[in-house]
Structures are given as C-alpha cells and as structure tokens.
Ligand binder design. Sequence first.
Ligand code: PMP
Length: 460
Amino acid sequence: MTTALTPPPGRLADRYASAFPESRRRFDRARGLFPTGVTHDTRMMDPFPVYVSHCKGSKKWAVDGPELIDYFVGHGSHILGHSDPAVVHAVQTQMAKMTHPGASHDLELEWGTLVQKLVPSAERVRFTGSGTEATLMALRLARLFTGKPKVLKFHGHFHGWHDYATVSSDPPYDAPGVAGVPDAVSRQCVAVPPNDLGLVERALSHDPDIGAVILEPTGGHWGAVPVRGEFLRELRDICTRHDKLLIFDEVITGFRVAPGGAQAFYGVRPDLTALAKILAGGLPGGCLAGRADVLAYLEPRPGKPKMKHPGTYNANPLSAAAGVATLNQIATGDPCRKATAAARDLRNGFNALFAERNVPWVAYGDFSMVRILPGYTGERPRPEVTGHDGLIPHGGDVNALDGPKNLAQMTALRQAMLLNGVDWWWLGGMTSAAHTAGDVAATVAALGSALDLLAAEGIV
Ligand code: PMP
C-alpha cells in the first residue's frame, strides 16, 4: 500500500504537476476525446484532474501511486465506503445470473419493499435510471396531478440537469435563463431565495400556475445553505394550506441523514420524494416514491391521462442487487450514525485548527456533509455534539455561503489537499461509515499543512 506523497519543493501548482505525472499523461489524451477532458463538470480541474485506479473503504488510489482519503464517496452514493463486501458479493453473484431479463424480477420487489419500509412517505415506488430522471418524473406527475404547469424552487438547490428545474441552481441566482434551455421552459420554474417562508407564501398566493414546491430538505448543494426542521414543518403547512404538492429531493439526503432520509429525521411528510445514489448502492439508479394517488398517473385509468414511463435500465438487477445489499445495512441505522459522527468530528477538528491558527475560515454543515467557507470572520462555532445543529455562518445568506466562488483559491486548496493525501471535494466533503477516527485526524493534519502551502503562496 502506498502512502501519501511528501510534497516536492516549489510552487504549489508545480508540486502538484510533478506529484501526479501519470494523471497528467492521461489528461493530455482525454483532452482530444472529451469536451473539457472530463466526464462530469465537477471533475474539471486546473491544470488536470487526478486519475484513480481503485478504491476501498474510505480510500482511493491515484494512478500515480498515492493513497488518498476520499471525501467524494462516489458523489455521495457510497455511505458504506467503497466496495463494501456485501455489495460486491451481491453484484458479482447477480452478474453471473442475469443483468437484464427484459422482464419483472424478484430483486425489484425486494428493493422496492425496502424503500417502502424505510422512507415514511413511500406509499408507491417507481424506479428510474438516475436522480435526474426521478425529479423529472416528480415534476411531470405534479403537473398531471395538480393541472398546474409551474414549480417553485429555491436558489442554490440542485435537482439534476434536465430542463425543468435547472434555473437558479448556480450563482448568479437571479440570472434569467439557463444556457440551452428554452425560456418558455425556464419560466415554468419560479425560484426564490432559500429559507424565507414569507417569499414562499407570496409566490404561491400570487401565481396560481404553481402546483408544487421542490427542495433539497437539508439545504441546497447538500447543505451549503442549511435548512432546518422548523422550516420544513412550516413549508409543509404552507403547501397543505395552498393545496400544493411538496417534493423532497432526497437524492443525497435519502438513506444518509437517517435510514428514512430527512423526512424521517425531521418528521415531515412530503407528497413525493426523489431518491438515487445510496438507493442503488453506488450503481446507477433512482426512484420516485410517494403518494399512491399521485403515482397513479403512471397507470392507465378510464378518463385520466397516463404518464408514459419506459427506461431500459429501470430497476435493473445489478443496481437492485447493490441497492438491496446497501439498504439492508442502512436499515440498522449504524452507517448513518457512523458517517454523521465522522463528519461532526471533522467539522470540530477543522474549526479548532482555524481558531488555533487564527485563520479566517469556518467549517459547518449538517449530518455527514461538511463545508469549508474561506473568508469568514463572524461568530466562531462551538464544538458540535449532535452533527445537525451547529452554527450557520452569515445567518444563512445564500450569496455569502454559496455565491460566486474564488476558483483560484479552491483549486489551490484542492491541489494542496491532494498533495497531503486527501481528495477533498472543493469546498465540501461527505463522509461514509468507513471513515475512521484516524482518517479524521489525518484529514485535519492535511488541512493544517495545506494551509501552510496556501500561506506560502499568499492565498490564505
Ligand atoms: N438531486 C440532487 C440533490 C443531487 O445532488 C443530484 C446529483 N448530484 C441529482 C438530483 C441528480 O442525480 P443524478 O446525478 O443521479 O442524475
């Protein structure tokens, strides 16, 4: 097993380039192959991204050799850690049996039953190929059920990349449209700043065409601007009073925050819930779960329109096998508890480091999601105990917490963390049940040494 590199001397960017030469070689090839050279926007990185050969537990290994503590955790899908033995066994066994029967099968029943058992509002379940497809389905069903074309969303909340909810996902949040999306479609999505119930009331009262409200229930971009239970409870009341559907996008929070997601943790029942990521145990897959009378629009009924829904890989047996092996462990509550504890310890460790060094940065976030915010001189958080009620910096202002980013600083931080053996997800990171106290301590030490590297470049 190779351990992290001792950073070579020189400027940070040069150290990074000389520490990961094999990755650079691959990226040079990729540039002639893929637009931007990568296959997902979040993997774009200057001057090149790290290529990874294999992963296990909380670790991933760069093709250049170093072992890295991983805080991408499969874009949030690996709460058990990479290559969990039960998941690997289930998928390998299933692979030899069948990957696509072109027919109904037992594993989809088992998978759907687990979703129904764990997620409080899941009266019915329909599997999709991804989280994007799940929110797409939620919005189309909401239109059919309510007879209203529009949806209300919040600035900075991300619901996948289809045309119908991409408005105001990224700063600047008041930009009128989205590149490539017809204005007529963008206008069907009304976006307001997060956490302001007055604005929600006003929008719902003034625009009779809005039929539903969608949100990430712990806050946009997995908690960059945290949402707390009181807001969810009042939003539920408002939606009920105005006769609107409430849609939780639990693609990240589902099976992460708690076995039943944010809705179970906060005791708030949405009408529809989009799920993906952990749902499929790190393989592709998603589902929409929710009220039977809304999902009934997927069924042919006399006098009612039916929403068409094919999808080659819906409930495919490999994703189902991984999902069942994962959700059976999630049901114990143990993975969510462990991941939350690791993230809480990480936030506490980071904040102690910033305080000790008098660095104007802060760590915050809820559950197993961690955020770092540079350029913060406000009130310092006290060590958290629970993992979900720490200080929210800047009073939760979306533009201060999740506004335009300093890309040069973020890139330098990412490079410095990689040099110190940590793949930190830009300004955030998610933990898994596989992250140990040793990983947390090593990550805090890595950030300490990254701050030195940044200070030497005049970046902190
Ligand atoms: N909703 C949220 C909250 C997400 O974070 C994501 C993906 N990061 C999606 C929807 C889209 O899911 P997918 O990438 O599976 O299409």
